[in-house]
Design a protein around this ligand. Structure first.
Ligand code: SF4
Length: 383
């Protein structure tokens, strides 16, 4: 392929960008388990899991999910406890609840067959314009555009778009550019590409799928936020940001809000080999997941003895620090201080139940409380 000589003012040419992206993807696509299938259900699950989550984290979750729930009907009929356990640790649990609601609708309205139509997909819970575009292109090779953080980064840099990509007009312009690229990919089905051992699968019949995935892949592997690898990038001869030294200033995203610190105190209350736990109610963050009794202490003194007395009455027999967990969610920096408490004979307060450690291991815990459970088990075993 002949690459154009860069000039200061030349505009990127869509047909060349598409050919360069397809050639690059043919030689560089990572072998990911969901890329070995065009089953829309499998693609859908991967796209939902990949929202806000890295590929290497998703791989084992996706494999376990496909093994436990191989069909849409399996998801529709699964117990909520089962789907939450399979999702445990991935976070953003609304995703898994929407996945099940959508599976139930697909069974009720489409006979359990994933719809091929973009508008019908958009009507399903948890499926927005990006996800519908990804499934339509990857599973059905339709020329539907995608636009996520990775694609925004590549397009704003290649086309030298200096406006805020979240702003409505610019965002629509980016969707249009993404649409032009994937539509052009559909026309390039005769392009002959060298592949290693038939990888990635599909060839010319899959160019809409490849094009969209090449944008995601380039954004993830080459056109990274801080140190883009421009010299090995297939688009560098056409890229406006590279030509004009603006890779660090594009995309022009608004500054993130400063994160807010929040503190929580958890009491791991034990009695006769069992511990008090509770399930988070519907409508709250992390609904359906399990946790140890805890209270937010942000801005207040965190006195575990006083908390025990206030919640359970009387004084604990023994109380000792167990674990401090620090984690970040959206724009919060959370610190959870967990204390191990040996209680006398106390009844389980409303909303809590006694469970042994092995019973607790079968439940889906929030990520922070799963760490507390691990620390508890290690403490019991004397590790
Ligand atoms: S040349 Fe650099 S900035 Fe431009 S698309 Fe490639 S990696 Fe991104």
């Amino acid at each position: 392929m002949v690459r154009p000589k860069p000039t200061a003012c030349s505009q990127p040419r869509v047909s060349e960008l598409v050919a360069q992206l397809l050639v690059w993807f043919a030689g560089n696509a990572r072998d990911l388990p969901w890329r070995r299938t065009r089953n829309p259900y499998a693609v859908w699950v991967s796209e939902i899991m990949l929202q806000q989550t890295q590929v290497k984290t998703v791989i084992p979750y996706w494999n376990r999910w496909q093994q436990a729930l191989p069909t849409i009907a399996d998801v529709a009929g699964a117990e909520p406890a089962k789907i939450h356990k399979l999702w445990e640790g991935l976070g953003y649990y609304t995703r898994v609840r929407n996945l099940q609601k959508a599976a139930q609708l697909i069974v009720a309205q489409h006979g359990g067959v994933f719809p091929e139509n973009f508008t019908e997909m958009l009507a399903l819970p948890g499926i927005g314009r990006y996800t519908a575009g990804a499934i339509c292109s990857i599973a059905f090779n339709q020329p539907t555009p995608i636009l996520d953080g990775n694609v925004i980064r590549v397009l704003t840099r290649v086309f030298g778009i200096a406006e805020n990509p979240k702003e409505k007009t610019t965002n629509e312009r980016l969707w249009r550019l993404a649409g032009e690229l994937v539509t052009e990919a559909q026309k390039q089905k005769l392009l002959r590409l060298k592949r290693q051992k038939n990888w990635p699968p599909g060839g010319g019949k899959n160019f809409c799928s490849w094009l969209n995935q090449s944008l995601m892949e380039l954004g993830a592997l080459v056109c990274t936020p801080r140190q883009p690898q421009c010299l090995v990038c297939p688009l560098h001869t056409q890229c406006a940001a590279f030509r004009t030294g603006r890779t660090q200033s594009l995309p022009n995203l608004p500054k993130r809000q400063a994160s807010v610190a929040r503190h929580f105190l958890a009491l791991v209350v034990g009695q006769d080999g069992k511990y008090l736990v509770r399930q988070r109610p519907t409508g709250q963050v992390n609904a359906h997941l399990w946790e140890f009794p805890n209270v937010e202490t942000t801005g207040k003194p965190a006195d575990p003895r006083a908390q025990f007395q206030a919640r359970f009455g009387g004084a604990p027999v023994e109380l000792a620090p167990l674990l401090q967990v620090k984690h970040a969610i959206t724009n919060y920096r959370m610190t959870l201080e967990a204390f191990l408490v040996t209680a006398g004979k106390i009844p389980a307060p409303a909303g809590t139940v006694w469970k042994t450690p092995s019973q607790m291991q079968a439940l889906a815990f929030t990520s922070a409380h799963r760490k507390v459970l691990r620390a508890l088990i290690a403490r019991i075993k004397g590790v």
